[in-house]
Design a protein around this ligand. Structure first.
Ligand code: RIB
Ligand code: CA
Length: 326
């Protein structure tokens, strides 16, 4: 029996990040994972909004969120802008409140004072070799943490990132995926560092889109968390349906989390990855080196998910959202 993963989650809570928090919470309740902390970052929304949304979701899921000196999961606010470009929020996909304009009540908990990048370094040093660093927003906090502590790569068990696009169109520009595009410099620092990175790009997430059957089964499950998830997803479904040409949505971030828990659900290519920083049309594009030449690349290959067992992903995600008490 492999040890239950200990997650440190960096996100821009947002709607699919919220579904991922619910998935992680279901694993925590089942004793199949631990959540040692959450950090938020610009991207879908301002990181303070993302932190309050994270607290709302964790409280809805029955996870105590608290400060560093209490029991409970610390939620730290992170970078409110990228390293080298203006900030941009994805309100068209997640709403101005980040949870589909549901404007939910204020959470009972508050974010901790510690910045998210400092929390990454502190917890990595406190739990050397134990943490899975799951990132489903722009990578500014991870980049900042790498600059804060040069030993960080040796202290993290694995980094799992939702982001990028290779043999798939971009979703924020013709070639770039949103999380990487929001901070290309930070993303390139992450892919250049000597730590094990699993990257889950649009190539893997888009084919996992959920549609009517899945959505109707969620809506038919009459528990508070399932109702919460269905309500928050409505805005996201309206945003995604024109792109998918039928009712549905892509819950990108949850697939990255699930591949962190059960890597056998995915298919992978192991390739060095760089981020275009200078192209006028291509800035923020992820570029892998698929040549079969002898590896002269000094970059550690990234484990890039090229596909997944979509049926298993969708069934397990639905079961997790249905697993909370009535
Ligand atoms: O491109 C999809 C990613 O951008 C997801 O993480 C979504 O939440 C947004 O952050
Ligand atoms: Ca996200």
């Amino acid at each position: 029996m492999t040890k239950a993963p200990a997650f440190l989650y960096d996100c821009d809570t947002g709607i699919d990040d919220a579904m991922t928090l619910l998935y992680l919470a279901s694993l925590v309740h089942a004793g199949e994972a631990t959540l040692v902390g959450v950090g938020t970052v610009h991207g879908n929304v301002h990181p303070l909004t993302g932190a309050l949304n994270t607290l709302r979701v964790l409280e809805a899921a029955g996870i105590k969120a608290g400060g560093q000196d209490e029991q409970g999961v610390p939620v730290a606010v992170g970078a409110d802008r990228p390293m080298a470009q203006d900030v941009h929020y994805a309100v068209d996909w997640h709403g101005t409140d980040g949870l589909g304009n549901t404007y939910l009540p204020e959470p009972a908990g508050r974010p901790v004072a510690e910045p998210a990048a400092a929390q990454i370094v502190r917890l990595a040093r406190a739990l050397p070799g134990e943490l899975t660093l799951l990132a489903t927003g722009p990578l500014t906090n991870l980049g900042a943490a790498l600059l804060l502590d040069a030993e960080l790569p040796s202290l993290i068990r694995e980094v799992v990132v939702m982001g990028g696009a290779f043999d798939h169109p971009g979703n924020i520009t013709t070639h770039a995926e949103a999380n990487i595009w929001h901070d290309p410099e930070a993303a390139d620092l992450v892919f250049a560092a000597d730590w094990p990175v699993v990257l889950v790009p649009l190539d893997a997430t888009h084919p996992s889109a959920v549609h009517d059957d899945w959505l109707d089964r969620l809506a038919a499950h009459d528990t508070p968390v399932a109702r919460f998830a269905a309500r928050v997803l409505e805005f996201y479904i309206d945003a995604y349906t024109p792109t998918l040409r039928r009712r549905g949505a892509v819950i990108h971030d949850a697939l990255a989390a699930m591949l962190a828990v059960d890597p056998d659900l995915g298919e992978y290519a192991h390739r060095p990855v760089r981020v275009e920083l200078r192209g006028e049309l291509t800035r923020g594009t992820t570029v892998w080196d698929a040549r079969s030449l002898p590896a002269e690349d000094v970059r550690r290959p990234v484990k890039v998910a090229t596909g997944s067992d979509v049926a298993a992903f969708q069934e397990r995600l639905l079961a997790s959202l249905q697993s909370f008490p009535a």
